[in-house]
Design a protein around this ligand. Structure first.
Ligand code: RP5
Length: 181
C-alpha cells in the first residue's frame, strides 16, 4: 500500500515531500520533529533520490504530535517502509520513541537547534538505554546524508538495484577526489 505524500507544514507552508519516482513505493521514512528541521534533513532525501530510493518525508513530533507519531510509526512496516530515519533537535527523543514503537531499523540524526549546538540532541539520540537501539549518525546535514546512505545500504542487502546504485555512488565519489590539492 502506498503511503500518502507529506502534508503541508505549518511554518514554511511548503510540503516537504520527496519521491524518487512518481508512484514508486516509498521505502524509507524521513521523520523530523519540526518543519524547521527540513533544511538539515534534506540531504537524506536527496541522496536517497540519487540512489533511486523513494522516501516519505513527514513532520512528526513525539511530544507535540504524539497521536500522529504513534499512528504513523505503528503502521509504517505494514505500509511498506523498511527503514525509518528520525531527526530532531534539543532533548531529542523522536528517534528513541520511534524505535520503541516499531521493529524496523531506526536511524537517528541529531539536529543543531538549541544553544548546545546539537550536543544535547546527540546525547539524547545516541544514549539509548539497552534494549531499544537507535543507529545514531553525526550531528546535522552530514549525519542526514549518511543516514540516507546507511538506509540504502540496509535495503541493498536484498535489492540488487539499490546495491548497484550504491556501488556507482561510491565510484563517482572516489573519482571526484583529486590526486593533488
Ligand atoms: C525539536 O525542537 C525539533 O526537532 C526542532 O529541532 C526543535 C525546534 O523546533 P521548532 O521550535 O523550530 O519548531 O522538537
Amino acid at each position: 500500500m502506498a503511503i500518502r505524500s507529506a502534508g503541508r507544514t505549518r511554518k514554511t507552508g511548503a510540503a516537504p515531500r520527496r519521491s524518487a519516482r512518481r508512484g514508486a513505493q516509498r521505502r524509507v521514512a524521513i521523520l523530523m520533529g519540526s518543519a524547521s528541521d527540513w533544511d538539515t534533513m534534506k540531504p537524506a532525501a536527496e541522496v536517497l533520490e540519487e540512489l533511486g530510493v523513494a522516501s516519505d518525508v513527514r513532520v512528526i513530533s513525539a511530544h507535540r504530535t504524539p497521536a500522529r507519531h504513534r499512528a504513523y510509526v505503528t503502521k509504517a512496516e505494514a505500509n511498506g517502509i523498511d527503514v525509518i530515519i528520525a531527526g530532531a533537535g534539543g532533548a531529542a527523543h523522536l528517534a528513541g520513541v520511534t524505535a520503541a514503537l516499531t521493529l524496523l531499523p531506526v536511524l537517528g540524526v541529531p539536529i543543531d537547534a538549541s544553544p548546545l549546538q546539537g550536543l544535547d540532541a546527540l546525547l539524547a539520540t545516541v544514549q539509548m538505554p539497552g534494549g531499544i537501539p537507535v543507529g545514531t549518525l553525526a550531528i546535522g546535514r552530514v549525519g542526514a546524508k549518511n543516514a540516507g546512505l546507511l538506509a540504502a545500504a540496509i535495503l541493498a542487502r536484498r535489492d540488487p538495484a539499490v546495491r548497484a546504485a550504491l556501488a556507482r555512488f561510491r565510484e563517482r565519489q572516489t573519482a571526484s577526489i583529486p590526486v593533488r590539492p
